[in-house]
Design a protein around this ligand. Sequence first.
Ligand code: NDP
Length: 246
Amino acid sequence: MKLDGKVAIVTGASSGIGEAIAKQLANEGASLVLAARREEKLTDLASFITNQSNGKAIVVKTDVTKKEDMEQLVEQAKQEFGKVDIVVNNAGVMLLSFMKNDEVDQWSQMVDVNIKGVLYGIHAALPDMLKQESGHIINVSSVAGHEVFASSAVYSATKYAVRALSMGLEKELSKTGVRVTNISPGAVETELTHHITDEEVLNMFKDRASSMKALQADDIARAVVYAVTQPDYVNVNEVVVRPMQQ
Ligand code: NDP
């Protein structure tokens, strides 16, 4: 298996894309450190990985908006498995709303989870990766980090920020042995939209529901596996995965 002996942290592993990434990395032989706030979901996933895939996985209850939680996450990964090779900064929230509706608390939450969460992941993992002269940081941005649409202004701002962080990091780390990949998914069928409260956005979604077949979380997980299983000298910097228009 291509990732035998590798240790991977996945944030937002309790559902959707993060869960699929964790399963596929485990299938390739990586030991998994599963992070999110819903511990029960992570424990179920860890059991699945150990029982079904014969893999190794631990659960670390983590709020990515807390710097100390992210430091503790990396610490526990090192205690259990000795090192960290791959960090997937995947946790995110998409609380779409029209700016005129002034959902200021939701704006803050998106900034905290989507931007600060990624920054704290880099902060916690990068020093050891630089010391070991190897590692791979995967940041999950979005097609909304390439395009802005009505109601996505703040969400897009956070995802443009994630891309900017990936692009800067990739250039800074080009001679260090640490690789950086930015993944930009289009619409994927997950729980992501379940937390939207803006009625205008929900109505807009209803109108558009049948025009597109969404991607599955596994489609994105395969892109992550592709990036992390390349030879050491290959740095896959940006992967955009969109659904075909119907
Ligand atoms: P889900 O809602 O299924 O998953 C989001 C994950 O983020 C959950 O595991 C959730 O775990 C975690 N999370 C949210 N807040 C926090 C927090 N404060 N601390 C730790 N974990 C947190 O959505 P997706 O799987 O779709 O989303 C994964 C990523 O993919 C996000 O960054 C999203 O922006 C991005 N993306 C998704 C697209 C889509 O269409 N689905 C398209 C483009 C990008 P918990 O609640 O247990 O903490």
